[in-house]
Design a protein around this ligand. Structure first.
Ligand code: PLP
Length: 468
């Protein structure tokens, strides 16, 4: 079967409300056309993010009841430690409340001002944590990653030639570690091949530079390796994960993705000195090393989630569901980013709305229309998120890509709901010329997409200031 049906049945349901177009139109006005300010209760299918939005299994919920809330030495910590060691293989396991805290602990310990961290593409919290140390976050992904039409099986790969040049240019002593984000979230959820990981390792070994994984979607990456790299077709996901992590020295993890939990993360690594230093920091900012900012029950749910995510029936459904949405859209000629990634489908707003110039925020306009007409919430990844003001001219420098990301939560929506999403977008595409642009009316100095406000352009009076 090409798109496997759900490998689970539903035991608990959460009602979702249908709203009217009038209601959504009012909510959009109140939200200043920013979907982060629309109440989740008024969203029918919420594809804002796949982070922390997973449905836990009965086995994970049962685990919550076995939470050992002891301050020190909780049995759930030992279960998590054993689970992480058996999959990731690193010596030290440091729990954190989510991924960015693992990044913060690692970078505040090993990165000094003037240093440089290469990655395929830094996720935004990773970049922020590197830059916060006064260091440079460099993206060294293969150049094809920036072409929305180029179909490569492993479009998240590191560009090894550029990595080598970077090391020679910057100097080994200014690179405390290199990261690889699997799958490459900011580049469309594209996987990295085992071959590329092995070659990255070989290159770094020559310079004695450690390799760390940003492992948020490691199981999805391993699934792509099994599917696309012939040597791995008959290997289990667990064996693929073990080999993959054996090429690294540690990882940061947001368990809100492939940990199948609503909160949780960890840092895992081999180096004793780094582990000691990050643990000391952990005690200061998160908590004692056997709970790290979480309840014992959260550690248990995470340990169980990390096992469940390796299940191949689960993964083929998961990656298959994302692909199902992407292929329905592609067959109807709706412009999407290709190939379809592991956790999300990206609508190419520049091609969807060629009549809206980048000054008028085409991706934001598309996301707003999708919510207004159908109650579906995606997220803008374009000018609003990445546009930068040129200090000299005051004009906005637009990013190359203008996308709406539809991230699919894990085990949450049925294929029928996903079909509804596809049908809605296909219908919207047939009426695309009726979608108008938006004008930005407020922006914060940093991370402006969270608080920006807009007005709908066709609503503006044609002559604004008649006599001023
Ligand atoms: C989500 C994410 C993070 C940060 O994790 P949080 O749990 O949100 O703090 C880091 N890297 C990648 C690739 C992510 O997707």
């Amino acid at each position: 079967m090409k798109f496997p049906s759900e490998p689970f049945k539903i035991k608990v349901v959460e009602p979702i409300r249908r709203t009217t177009r009038e209601e959504r139109d009012r909510l959009l006005r109140e939200a200043g056309y920013n979907l982060f300010h629309v109440p989740a209760e008024s969203v029918y299918v919420d594809l804002l993010t796949d982070s922390g939005t997973s449905a836990m299994s009965d086995n994970q919920w049962a685990g919550l009841m076995l939470g050992d809330e002891s301050y020190a030495g909780s049995k759930n910590y030992y279960h998590l430690e054993e689970t992480v060691r058996s999959i990731f293989g690193y010596k030290h396991v440091i729990p954190t409340h989510q991924g960015r805290m693992a990044e913060n602990l690692l970078f505040s310990t090993v990165v000094k001002p003037g240093m440089c961290i290469p990655n395929n593409i830094h996720f935004d919290t990773t970049r922020a944590n590197v830059e916060h140390q006064g260091a440079q976050a460099l993206d060294v992904v293969i150049k094809e990653a920036y072409d929305p039409h180029c179909e490569l099986p492993f479009k998240g790969n590191m560009d090894l030639v550029r990595l080598k040049d970077t090391i020679n240019r910057v100097g080994r002593h200014r690179i405390p570690l290199v990261m690889l984000t699997i799958t490459n979230n900011s580049g469309g959820g594209q996987p990295v091949s085992m071959d590329n990981i092995r070659q990255t390792r070989e290159l770094l070994s020559r310079y004695h530079i450690p390799l760390f994984f940003d492992a948020c979607r490691f199981a999805e990456n391993c699934f792509f390796i099994k599917e696309r790299e012939p040597d791995y077709a008959s290997k289990s996901i667990l064996d693929i994960a073990r080999e993959l992590f054996s090429y690294g020295d540690g990882c940061t993890m947001s368990a809100k993705k492939d940990g199948l939990v609503n909160i949780g993360g960890f840092l895992s690594l081999n180096d004793d000195q780094w582990a000691q230093d990050t643990t000391n920091m952990l005690i200061m900012v998160e908590g004692f090393p056997t709970y790290g900012g979480l309840a014992g029950r959260d550690l248990e749910a995470m340990a169980r989630g990390l096992r469940e995510v390796l299940d191949e029936d689960y993964l083929s459904f998961r990656v298959g569901q994302v692909r199902y949405l992407g292929e329905l859209l592609d067959q109807a000629d709706v412009p999407i980013l290709k190939p379809i990634g592991g956790h999300a489908v990206y609508l190419n707003a520049k091609e969807f709305l060629p009549h809206i110039s980048q000054d008028q925020c085409p991706a934001q306009s598309l996301a707003v229309a999708l919510y207004r007409e159908y109650g579906i919430r995606g997220v803008e990844i374009g000018t609003v998120m990445f546009g930068k003001k040129d200090a000299a001219t005051g004009r906005t420098i637009h990013p190359e890509l203008e996308m709406v990301r539809l991230a699919i939560p894990r085990r949450v929506y049925t294929n029928m709901q996903i079909t509804y999403v596809a049908d809605s977008i296909i219908e919207l595409y047939s009426r695309r010329e009726r979608i108008h642009g938006l004008a930005l009316t407020y922006e914060a100095p940093v991370l402006r997409h969270f608080t920006a406000r807009f007005e709908q352009l066709e609503e503006r009076p044609l002559v604004q200031h008649a006599a001023s």
